[in-house]
Design a protein around this ligand. Structure first.
Ligand code: GBH
Length: 497
């Protein structure tokens, strides 16, 4: 008995020892989704096909459960219900993405689908009527197939098409949308889509097409930001950012200069790759140097990494009002032996990475819980880019669908506490936090087998009912009190559901 009492006291004292930090008054909370992952309505009301429609239909067996996003959460019809879930959580904003082929079925400006515009107008108006700010991502991976037929992102003409699309979005929604993110995760788009070929459009062009893809997207981003500056900002007064994903790369041995070098190299070449251009106008020096040298050793006459002209560098420099950070997990890194083989981005990075087997595992092989990693990641950003405003645009945990999702509760508490430390102890300018995801949804190549939702979705029921998970109550408590109550436990199981 004494032993048990001691244990109970010891565990509550452990929490009581932590400073009880609060999120700043103007700190905002939201949840995120993406069009292809939740909307369904894949061919309704004039929507064109995206590379994910075509990819999942042509290669059904490449997705873990042979599923696709044809119906997904059916948010195309159930968006009002989604807004009620957000309202019950008490969040400030909803980060959703706009489906390019729902707006422009051929990808191009000469065919605008009014029904697509109407859908997002309805969603935005419903959000605002319920006191929730719309935060819109312009591109979360569903490229109109006709543009892939022109070569996709490695073809620079896509930057022109994207800027046309962005203009339609500013014209139609910019009076009410004040937070824009141009692209979600250039790394996933280009490295998985055009390098490794493991995501739609399944192009295998490692070390070449991934770099060309990135180049087009960065130009498209920069030009969209300038378009906003020139034609919209003075009227609409919004902010334009971008959501870039990165893991934290921790030196295998923190005291080893080589391992510190490996960490810096991995951060610069997997993250600075996208972030340095939008702050400073160009790829990181180490990236330019390494890819140039390796390319020549491989017999290329010039670097596989494209170059920005002086004008493009000028144009790109300073093109984010806030930096979106998608962060989920971490790796330990050390330098690889560095023999020169086939062109490949990861070989160019020159680092070996692994995850510690003691880190808690999710339902996704790549996702381990490493809360201190987000803290170091935020400090790294502060030190490298002059402490810019950072909006955490995604962070979350997968399981196989438990309602009493204690793993997700622990993950959110532990990561949010490390964010609080980054704000209060390290002086990082973190302005908001977005949980991925509002609800279970189509998890790309994993189909519906890995669930990230604060709400459970029954994909076997044609009504796609949503049910609150334990984590939704805990998250809501944090959002509304602006701090972490480690002892908070709602009525469970809830009586209201
Ligand atoms: C985010 O990517 C996406 O923005 C979002 O759409 C997605 O639902 C969410 O994460 C959860 O995954 O399957 O082993 O090849 C986070 C970065 C990049 C992590 C792709 C997983 C695939 C690993 N993701 N990566 S694997």
């Amino acid at each position: 008995m004494k032993a048990i009492l001691f244990l109970i006291c010891a565990s509550s004292f452990a929490f009581a020892d932590l400073p009880d930090y609060y999120f700043p008054d103007d700190f905002v909370f939201g949840t995120a989704t993406a069009s292809y992952q939740v909307e369904g309505g894949w061919n309704e009301d004039g929507k064109g096909e995206s590379i994910w429609d075509v990819g999942t239909h042509e290669h059904a067996d490449w997705v873990a459960d042979n599923s696709n996003g044809d119906v997904a959460c059916d948010s195309y019809h159930k968006y009002k219900e989604d807004v009620q879930l957000l309202k019950a959580l008490g969040v400030n904003f909803y980060r959703f993405s706009i489906s390019w082929p729902r707006i422009l079925p051929d990808g191009k400006i000469d065919n605008v689908n009014q029904a697509g515009i109407d859908y997002y107008n309805n969603l935005i108006n419903e959000l605002l009527a319920n006191g929730i700010e719309p935060y819109a991502t312009m591109y979360h991976w569903d490229l109109p197939q006709p543009l892939q037929d022109e070569g996709g992102w490695p073809n620079r003409v896509l930057a022109d098409y994207f800027v046309d699309y962005a203009r339609v979005l500013f014209d139609n929604f910019g009076d009410r949308v004040k937070h824009w993110m141009t692209f979600n995760e250039i790394m996933s788009i280009c490295e998985l889509g055009y390098g490794q070929g493991s995501f739609a459009p399944y192009v295998n062009g490692p070390g070449v097409e991934d770099y060309q893809c990135t180049h087009t997207i960065l130009l498209a981003h920069g030009r969209t930001y300038r378009l906003y500056d020139e034609n919209y900002r003075s009227q609409q007064n919004g902010l334009v950012g971008i959501a870039i994903d990165t893991s934290w790369n921790e030196p295998n041995n923190p005291d080893s200069a080589d391992d510190q070098q490996a960490s810096e190299q991995a951060m610069q070449m997997n993250y600075g790759w996208f972030v340095n251009p939008v702050f400073n106008g160009n790829y990181p020096d180490i990236m330019i140097q390494r890819i140039h040298d390796i390319s020549l050793q491989q017999g290329y006459s010039e670097s596989r990494l494209p170059e920005f002209t002086a004008d493009e560098q000028q144009m790109l420099k300073g093109t984010v009002d806030f930096l979106g950070l998608n962060h989920y997990t971490s790796y330990m890194v050390y330098l690889s032996d560095g023999g020169v083989g086939q062109p490949d981005h990861y070989a160019d990075v020159g680092v070996v990475s692994y995850q510690d087997p003691s880190w808690p595992s999710s339902a996704s092989s790549w996702l381990k819980e490493v809360p201190w990693g987000i803290n170091r990641n935020l400090v790294w950003i502060k030190n490298h880019y002059g402490n810019p405003p950072v909006l955490i645009t995604e962070n979350g945990w997968s399981d196989t669908g438990e309602l009493e999702d204690n793993g997700r509760v622990d993950y959110y508490r532990n990561y949010l506490y490390e964010i609080l430390k980054a704000i209060h102890e390290d002086g990082c300018n973190v302005i908001g936090y977005t949980a991925w995801s509002l609800m279970d949804n189509f998890e790309w190549m994993s189909g519906y087998t890995q669930r990230f939702g604060l709400h459970y979705v029954d994909f076997n029921d044609p009504e796609r009912p949503r049910t609150r998970k334990l984590s939704s109550y805990v998250f809501s408590n944090i959002v509304t009190t602006k701090h972490i109550d480690w002892d908070y436990k709602p009525d469970w199981p809830p009586t209201e559901n």
